[in-house]
Design a protein around this ligand. Structure first.
Ligand code: NAD
Ligand code: UGA
Length: 468
């Protein structure tokens, strides 16, 4: 019987997923712990606008659960010691150096948190992989945990079961995804442990949606699901380029193919390339694993999905420069939307970053507006340690604005990189009056509503729509 849960990692997955657990299971006591004190303070903040994660509906759930049966804390050891079940929800970024650099997952955070569990757990503890991990990581976790049983410091009752329970939520719709998932996947070797976790999910999810597999199928399925989703986006983006030169319209093509029930209509929106913290890293991980197992053709096949994504972002930057008479040097350009998709404040791998960097390198001055991303985050993302620019006055080339109007003043072009709802209802007649002539709008999401009477004097470029 599970009474106390500890989740290590209070990020985009740990915070929202445990909030939903707490909401549906008032009898469970849940502690979400993290080494990042600032993040924990933000989760405990009185002002719900200061929560570290922006997700529609999250504030309501936090209001109902926080300090009732959901607690955010930095007391990691104590929370582990009292827990019956521990979720590992730490970050698993791409390794930056050493063996597998640029492709393999960096498992140092998983290893560190597993070691903390090994040292501090008491009695029988179910350890659940929530993070996305390379297939067979559970083997390493089991090894670290078993070693601690051998050196048990007198606690003869210490035992562990390891489960894989990958998370499939998408940012921006996380709360709905957690409340009504397409499926829950639980991989494991011990039936009692699998049932213990399944019985928690059963509080709000129909039994038939809970899939039980072996550990390795569960770990691998998560990587494969992300790879298939990203593959669809690279496929439709490659076709967007073909539409632009052939007279076809990507919206019409998406609809035409999506009505085939075998293909389905979701995930067929062409755009400036996929962003987010996971697609690229998870495919590169699959690429690495395949070549590690000697499956070079498989590895190259999946690598192409990432190459097309990089190409799409570069292609768009070049096209914008070409349209602006071949140079953006000294020109003011407005970027609308900086998060990697609408309804999140997350900017990790956002296409807005790479497009902005390309334009900055060409000498443009950027005026950037996003409804949820902080100015500090935007500057941090554009001025990085490994930046290619030698221009130390780069920060003067970036102005973070607090409204669409402020970001449109005297600009030669507006580039819409994220499909926030408020961009879909812009009065283009009013905004174009603020811009320098000729004024360009680049709609990279095909999300803008241009009414004929409002577009006089505006030059409009829509992704995937023929410019013949
Ligand atoms: P995140 O960076 O937002 O959060 C991870 C947290 O773990 C950080 O706050 C970090 O300080 C903490 N942490 C790292 N090491 C720790 C340790 N030893 N002890 C305590 N805390 C520690 O990451 P995220 O976006 O929540 O992703 C977490 C995992 O879930 C990743 O493997 C990711 O691939 C996967 N995932 C993410 C999403 C998503 O939408 N972001 C969706 C599904 C799966
Ligand atoms: C994605 C998956 O959808 C989740 O199931 C998974 O849990 C998660 O990754 C993860 O493992 O982190 P997320 O990255 O949050 O979720 O958001 P998505 O909605 O998948 O969008 C990813 C990127 O693809 C965004 O940049 C989005 O704009 C882009 N996209 C999506 C398109 O360009 N076109 C589409 O049709 C759909």
């Amino acid at each position: 019987m599970i009474n106390k849960i500890c989740c290590i990692g209070a990020g985009y997955v740990g915070g929202p997923s445990m909030a939903v657990f707490a909401y549906y299971c008032p009898d469970l006591q849940i502690k979400v712990v993290d080494i990042n004190q600032e993040r924990i303070e933000a989760w405990n903040s009185e002002n719900l606008n200061n929560l570290p994660v922006y997700e529609p509906g999250l504030d309501e759930i936090i209001t109902q659960t926080r300090n009732r049966n959901l607690f955010f804390s930095t007391s990691i050891k104590e929370s582990i010691a009292e827990a019956d079940m521990i979720f590992l929800s730490v970050n698993t970024p791409i390794k930056l150096k050493g063996l597998g650099a640029g492709k393999a997952s960096d498992l140092k955070y998983i290893e560190a948190s597993t070691r903390m569990v090994a040292e501090n757990a008491r009695n029988h503890t179910i350890v659940v992989e929530k993070s996305t991990l390379p297939v067979r990581t559970a083997e390493t976790i089991k090894m670290i945990l078993s070693a601690s049983i051998e050196n048990n410091n007198g606690d003869n009752n210490k035992t562990f079961s390891v489960l894989s329970n990958p998370e499939f939520l998408a940012e921006g719709t996380a709360i709905n995804d957690l409340k009504n998932p397409d499926r829950v996947l639980i991989g494991g070797e011990n039936d009692d442990a699998i049932e213990a976790l399944a019985s928690i999910y059963c509080k709000w999810i129909p039994k038939e949606k809970i899939l039980k597999t072996n550990l390795w199928s569960s770990e691998l399925s998560k990587l494969v699901a992300n790879a298939f989703l990203a593959q669809r986006i690279s496929s439709i983006n490659s076709i967007s380029a073909l539409c632009e030169v052939s007279g076809a319209d990507i919206n019409e093509v998406s609809k035409a193919i999506g009505t085939d029930t075998r293909i389905g209509d979701k995930f067929l929106n062409a755009g400036p390339g996929f962003g987010g913290s996971c697609f690229k890293k998870d495919i590169l991980n699959l690429v690495y694993l395949s070549s590690y197992f000697g499956l070079n053709e498989v590895s190259e096949y999946w690598n192409q999905v990432v190459l097309i994504n990089n190409w799409q972002q570069k292609r768009i930057s070049n096209l914008i420069i070409k349209k602006l008479f071949g140079t953006v040097s000294g020109k003011k350009i407005c970027i609308l939307g900086f998060s990697f998709k609408a309804n999140t404040n997350d900017t990790r791998e956002s296409p807005a970053i790479s497009i902005s960097k390309n334009l900055l390198e060409e000498g443009a001055k950027l005026l950037i507006f996003d409804p949820k991303v902080s100015g500090k985050q935007i500057i941090n993302d554009l001025i990085t340690k490994d930046q290619a620019y030698s221009d130390l006055s780069l920060d003067k080339s970036i102005e973070v604005c607090s409204s669409i109007e402020e970001a449109s003043k005297n600009v030669d072009a507006i580039i819409v990189t994220t499909a926030w709802d408020q961009f879909k209802i812009i009065n283009w007649g009013e905004i174009s009056k603020l811009m320098r002539k000729p004024s360009w709008v680049f709609d990279l999401r095909n999300c803008l509503d241009f009414k004929e009477e409002n577009t006089e004097g505006l030059k409009i470029w829509k992704l995937g729509v023929s410019n013949l």
